[in-house]
Design a protein around this ligand. Structure first.
Ligand code: DX5
Ligand code: ZN
Length: 223
């Protein structure tokens, strides 16, 4: 592979009562992005965290914050997440009737804009949206919860998306989220993913710092 591989721990599986310490541990382990899952109990069947938490985290971490908005009508909130301190904001194609407008508003506010696709949404449907996105996040589980099993046809989806990007000579990066662990991280990187989200494989491990290092080492052959 050619690009840099980012390891992006998802704080969804962290101990929220010790969030600062958990973040410090993954920073020491070599994480390069912090993935924050925002859920509204409407687009997905779970409620997590929102703007105030992003604001607090931004004060204690040197890592770029990647806000993954699993919310209906994300266009109403996307810019506010940039103002709260997110350097990357992604929105689900299934949740937004005005994708172009929302992507432009994220970029206009000074952050990178990402498009997210659920497991049953085809990447081919993104062909006209790709030039407007800095990254595409491929969900390899149904969004809503950490700790689910990787849906393996996602690998072929990554390959097809990678090909679409290369054929158009775009610089769009590919992110993968859901069920990533030591056993499958090398295969998602080989298939084209460059930003690797992992929640339970990191914060569910006895030593999150070591878990980040382990995941990174498993990708080394591809860098
Ligand atoms: C799921 C979230 C993920 C989740 C990943 O809806 O978007 O970011 O935290 O957790 P794992 O790595 O445990 O599947
Ligand atoms: Zn996520």
């Amino acid at each position: 592979m050619n690009g840099t591989i980012d390891i992006a721990p998802s704080i969804l599986s962290a101990d929220f009562s010790r969030l600062g310490e958990e973040i410090a541990a993954v920073e020491r382990g070599g994480a390069t992005i912090l993935h924050v899952d925002v859920m509204d109990g409407h687009f997905v069947p779970n409620i997590t965290i929102g703007l105030p938490v992003v604001k607090s985290i931004a004060r204690v971490t040197r890592l770029p914050i990647d806000a993954h908005l699993m919310i209906s009508e994300p266009g109403r909130y996307a810019e506010q997440f940039v103002k709260a301190g997110a350097q990357m904001v992604s929105i689900h194609v299934e949740a937004d009737n005005h994708l172009h407008r929302t992507l432009m508003s994220i970029k206009g506010a000074g952050a990178q804009a990402g498009i997210v696709v659920n497991p049953a949404t085809s990447v081919e449907s993104l062909v006209d949206a790709l030039p407007f996105a800095d990254y595409v996040l491929v969900m390899s589980v149904n969004p809503g919860f950490g700790g689910q099993k990787f849906i393996s046809p996602s690998l072929d989806k990554l390959r097809r998306l990678k090909r679409m990007i290369e054929e158009r000579q775009l610089r769009t990066r590919i992110e993968i989220d859901g069920g990533i662990d030591l056993d499958n991280i090398a295969s998602v990187v080989a298939a084209g993913a460059e930003i690797i989200v992992a929640g339970s494989a990191i914060f569910g491990a006895p030593d999150p710092e070591a878990a980040v290092k382990g995941l990174r080492e498993a990708t080394v052959q591809w860098v």
